[in-house]
Design a protein around this ligand. Structure first.
Ligand code: ATP
Ligand code: ZN
Ligand code: MG
Length: 308
């Protein structure tokens, strides 16, 4: 369906107003950056625990990285080629006292003081699984690895769509191993992910998807990704029924990260990888949209599932 820009904008703004009026989202003055109320967080953590409970049989290693990434590791990926518009680079002030006075003067004069900042060793994490691969360089144990991750990630995509945030949390499960193991992981999570979302009363649909690669060359990559069916998303109407939102995705990376970070299987092959990720804020927004803004009035089975 082709929706006019105005209709979509009105739908996003309307849903955003409802969420802020209800106190679930607290606007920061920057599009896509919000505080969350206690009720919002209780629902988000309840869903997160449902993921953990319903995937416990996979015995994944649990690792938590902060939402920042070693700049050198970032540069070993092709993120800067494929998604330059989404990146977040951390800069700070490294000068002396004289430089500091210069910076303050620029600020007072309304000049661009940010030119005086220098890049730190850190980038903001663009996807929760990125910090894992550089730590997996070398040979994997027999059977590969399955890792459970959760972190904040940053994407510079300011929007009035409440579902498109600049900083949000992903809960991921990553598989490192042979092509068969990576594909089996993705297949398993396409089923299990749907089961987990259904248990929370979210009737999602699975669709083939692509990433928003930058520029003209990027369009070719997006088509290729779609043709190879590398990425699937679970979508559900949130702000508008006409343009459903992805609340979880399942990706097969082939040997992309294995090559970039020198990860090998026990039998010496370049490792393949797959990851699945729930967008925790998006799932939470989908729950409020589907069941209403008052969790105490939600269906008993959903409340039970989420421990509410
Ligand atoms: P979209 O197509 O909507 O931009 P995506 O393909 O970029 O989503 P992934 O990179 O696969 O999403 O990220 C994993 C999950 O993180 C998504 O399924 C979604 O639930 C969530 N997510 C992605 N981008 C955002 C965002 N800007 N704000 C909130 N959640 C997001
Ligand atoms: Zn990932
Ligand atoms: Mg995106």
């Amino acid at each position: 369906m082709c929706l006019s820009h105005e209709v979509l904008t009105a739908a996003y703004q309307g849903f955003l107003d409802q969420l802020t009026d209800a106190g679930l989202l607290i606007p920061s003055g920057v599009p896509g950056v919000y505080g969350h109320s206690g009720v919002f967080e209780r629902v988000l953590e309840g869903f997160d625990q449902s993921i953990t409970r319903r995937s416990a049989h996979l015995n994944a290693e649990v690792i938590r990285f902060p939402g920042v990434l070693n700049r050198q590791h970032y540069l070993k990926t092709s993120h800067i080629e494929s998604f330059p518009d989404l990146m977040g680079s951390i800069h700070s002030f490294t000068g002396n006292e004289r430089d500091h006075l210069g910076l303050l003067q620029k600020r007072a004069d309304g000049e661009d003081w940010t030119q005086d900042l220098k890049p730190t060793q850190l980038m903001l994490t663009p996807a929760t699984c990125y910090p894992l691969y550089p730590t997996a360089t070398g040979t994997l144990r027999e059977g590969g690895r399955t890792v459970d991750l959760r972190s904040f990630v940053f994407r510079h995509e300011p929007s009035i769509d409440p579902c498109r945030m600049q900083m949000f949390r992903m809960h991921e499960a990553v598989r490192l191993g042979s092509p068969e193991q990576a594909l089996a992981h993705r297949g398993l999570w396409m089923e299990l992910g749907k089961e987990i979302l259904n248990a929370a009363g979210l009737n999602v649909e699975c669709v083939v998807a692509n990433d928003p690669f930058f520029g003209r060359g990027g369009r070719v990559m997006a088509v290729s990704q779609k043709e190879q069916s590398l990425k699937f998303e679970m979508v559900i109407p949130v702000a508008t029924a006409e343009k459903p939102t992805a609340i979880m995705s399942c990706n097969y990376h082939l040997d992309y990260f294995g090559k970039a970070f020198g990860i090998h299987t026990a039998d010496g092959q370049v490792a393949h990888s797959a990851c699945m990720g729930f967008g925790l804020e998006r799932v939470t927004l989908a729950l409020f949209k589907t069941h209403g803004f008052h969790p105490d009035r939600w269906p008993a089975d959903v409340k039970h599932e989420l421990g509410l």
